[in-house]
Design a protein around this ligand. Structure first.
Ligand code: FE2
Length: 422
């Protein structure tokens, strides 16, 4: 029998309060407080874009109970120690690109065309279906993503189940305890539906607010995201492009003196989501914070890259706050403002080599577009184009990679490729 308030000891009353707090809705995202809806969302299933509906019907995704699925309250961590425990132990990771054929013959020979979108970032592969790749081709693709930062495939017939399977091949699939997903049986298949996210947000995103800064996903994780695969199955006619910036390139933009200063230093990476401190739950929000090298070496390419981003990196260890802010802001600027490090992708299924003519009998067959990027070596940002976000829907699978390391003997991309550093 639980004690009544009258005979509770202070410790019991304290524990009681903590349990009551834990039963409340999660504090949530630091910038996007949301309404309390858990389980299947009954209201939004009717608003799923037509193309998404076709994909889901074709592959047996049942949305009759509602869509998307929000993890139920009891399964969401409230205390910061619970949040740390979600993924704190090292998970064996195989860098699939490491032993792949450097010439990627099986992948390239099977493709109709390989289009390099800029000299050092962004490649489009034409005429290949991701769902049909062999394991060797998946290894070669992992190496290509590691080298080119982001790789695109248009005109894909890709089931949500297959997308998840690909993610498992490239690493431990990240299951976000709070994120909207396709259904309770689809852990790790995250719904990317801005219209829904905006519709649910308690504080509406206004046009005048800064809505998407360059960032790398989830860099507070112990094993940070490697290959991330966003498949848009419903695409607006125009707008809502995504930009990626190479952080191999950002490292090469620094002076040798600054590179030397940063080599071997570490920084603190802080989660977006907020939690309670079990010892002092009323003290205010707590975050997951982890330390990683600022300059890291990619296991597949062996190239050094700059591992910072404006959303998660909060402090360089060992520096005064003012020194840390100054240097971090400079590094963010290098990533965000050098256009030669960037590629801007237009989510459009009618350009390039896609051969769907108006009178094509297959014109009604669903096709989507995939982008696969290496989160370790990039920052990304969506060009919000507010009206164009209507009708944009996709599913995302993130494969977690290594814990991150710095090899002092590794080279930068330009050094390794024998390019001028002047
Ligand atoms: Fe992101």
């Amino acid at each position: 029998m639980s004690p009544t308030a009258a005979n509770q000891t202070t410790e019991e009353a304290f524990q009681d309060t903590i349990q009551k707090l834990a039963a409340l809705k999660p504090i949530g995202h630091s910038r996007r407080q949301t309404d309390v809806i858990t389980g299947f969302d009954p209201e939004w299933a009717a608003k799923i874009p037509e193309a998404t509906k076709e994909r889901f019907q074709k592959y047996g995704i049942d949305v009759s109970q509602g869509y998307p699925y929000i993890p139920v309250n009891e399964k969401v961590p409230k205390f910061v120690d619970e949040a740390y425990a979600v993924r704190n132990d090292e998970y064996p990771f195989v860098e699939r690109g490491k032993n792949a054929d450097p010439e990627k013959k099986l992948l390239f020979d099977a493709a109709e065309d390989i289009i390099e979108l800029t000299p050092y970032i962004g490649t489009e592969i034409v005429g290949l279906q991701l769902a049909e790749l062999t394991d060797q081709q998946k290894d070669e693709l992992a190496l290509l993503i590691a080298e080119r930062v982001v790789v695109f495939f248009r005109d894909q017939d890709l089931s949500p189940q297959k997308q998840l399977e690909l993610g498992h091949y490239w690493g431990q699939v990240e299951v976000h305890p709070q994120a909207a997903r396709v259904g309770p049986e689809f852990d790790g298949l995250t719904v990317m539906w801005h219209e829904y996210a905006r519709g649910r947000a308690a504080a509406k995103t206004l046009f005048k607010s800064k809505t998407s800064s360059f960032h790398s996903d989830l860099s507070h994780e112990h094993q940070t995201p490697g290959i991330t695969h966003l498949h848009l199955d419903a695409i607006p006619d125009i707008g809502a492009d995504t930009l990626w910036s190479s952080t191999y390139g950002a490292y090469d933009k620094l002076s040798p003196a600054l590179q030397q200063f940063l080599d071997g230093k570490t920084a603190i990476y802080r989660s977006m989501h907020q939690y309670l401190d079990r010892e002092n739950p009323l003290k205010g929000p707590k975050y997951i914070e982890r330390e990683h090298p600022i300059i890291r070496t990619h296991p597949a390419t062996g190239w050094k890259y700059l591992y910072v981003n404006r959303s998660f990196t909060v402090k360089i260890v060992g520096l005064l706050p003012a020194e840390s802010d100054l240097i971090l802001n400079y590094l963010f600027d290098v990533i965000e403002t050098n256009r030669d490090l960037q590629v801007r992708w237009k989510w459009d299924n009618t350009l390039g080599s896609v051969k769907h003519k108006k009178d094509d009998k297959e014109k009604n067959v669903y096709r989507g577009v995939s982008a696969l990027w290496d989160n370790r070596v990039s920052n990304h940002s969506v060009a919000f184009s507010h009206e164009a976000l209507i009708g944009r829907h996709g599913t995302r699978v993130t494969s977690l990679a290594d814990t991150g390391y710095f090899d002092p003997n590794s080279k930068s991309q330009r050094e390794a490729l024998g390019l001028s550093l002047d």
